[in-house]
Design a protein around this ligand. Structure first.
Ligand code: B4P
Length: 189
């Protein structure tokens, strides 16, 4: 079974590309953002707690998220692949994911990162904000999400680079071009 992580700043196209790959190769798409938003929309006490963090653009604490990830890995052990989108987002989460994978006799196949300039990503997210109804797609919160990305998430790219697991992809091109580059570099053809 393949296990793939997709990294990228907010608006880099992680969710977009993860969905396309999942559809094409019948992989399971595990988006931490979507899993958290589902919990929010179900109106539970946990969901109410999560919403506060998402609305501010800061990371949801691990104690509210780890179980969601672990359960979804366990429930999909018979699939041909798992794509982690938006997880891990900190060194601590990278270690948690390692543990979850090894407990389930899995090993990370590869991690890829979509590179894009902040200005371009901001434009995309503001455009999405017009129709998404997402309370975090506004300029103030997007800027905060970028700060969190640079401080918490970007440093973990080195961790995967050192393990020779990281592939760099240009995220600034069209959705189709980015997808082709991913497929070629992942040797999925
Ligand atoms: P996410 O849901 O992961 O939000 P995101 O970083 O903006 O990524 P998303 O996948 O939605 O967007 P994409 O770049 O694909 O996280 C939201 C919040 O949840 C976080 O701030 C945090 O609070 C919480 N959270 C999530 N994971 C967490 C974790 N692990 N730990 C703690 N907290 C966590 O697409 C953006 C837009 O660009 C779309 O409109 C798309 O259509 C467009 N687009 C994509 N590719 C394009 C292209 N090539 N050309 C033009 N437009 C493109």
């Amino acid at each position: 079974m393949k296990t793939i992580i997709i990294f990228g700043s907010p608006g880099a196209g992680k969710g977009t590309q993860a969905k396309l790959l999942a559809k094409k190769y019948n992989f399971i798409h595990l988006s931490s953002g979507d899993l958290l938003r589902e919990e929010v929309s179900s109106g539970t006490i946990l969901g109410k707690k999560i919403k506060k963090y998402q609305d501010e653009g800061i990371l949801v604490p691990n104690e509210l998220l780890t179980e969601l990830i672990e359960v979804n890995v366990k429930n999909n052990l018979n699939s041909s692949g798992l794509i982690f989108d938006g997880y891990p987002r900190s060194i601590e989460q990278a270690n948690i994911l390692n543990n979850i994978l090894s407990k389930n006799n899995l090993e990370l196949t590869t991690a890829l990162t979509l590179n894009i300039e902040e200005e371009e990503a901001l434009k995309r997210l503001l455009l999405r904000g017009k129709t998404s109804g997402r309370s975090d797609d506004n300029e103030k919160v997007i800027k905060k999400r970028f700060q969190v990305y640079y401080k918490e998430t970007k440093p973990i790219l080195n961790y995967y680079q050192e393990k020779n697991k990281l592939i760099n992809i240009s995220g600034k091109n069209s959705v189709e071009t980015v997808q082709k580059e991913i497929i070629t570099k992942l040797n999925l053809l």
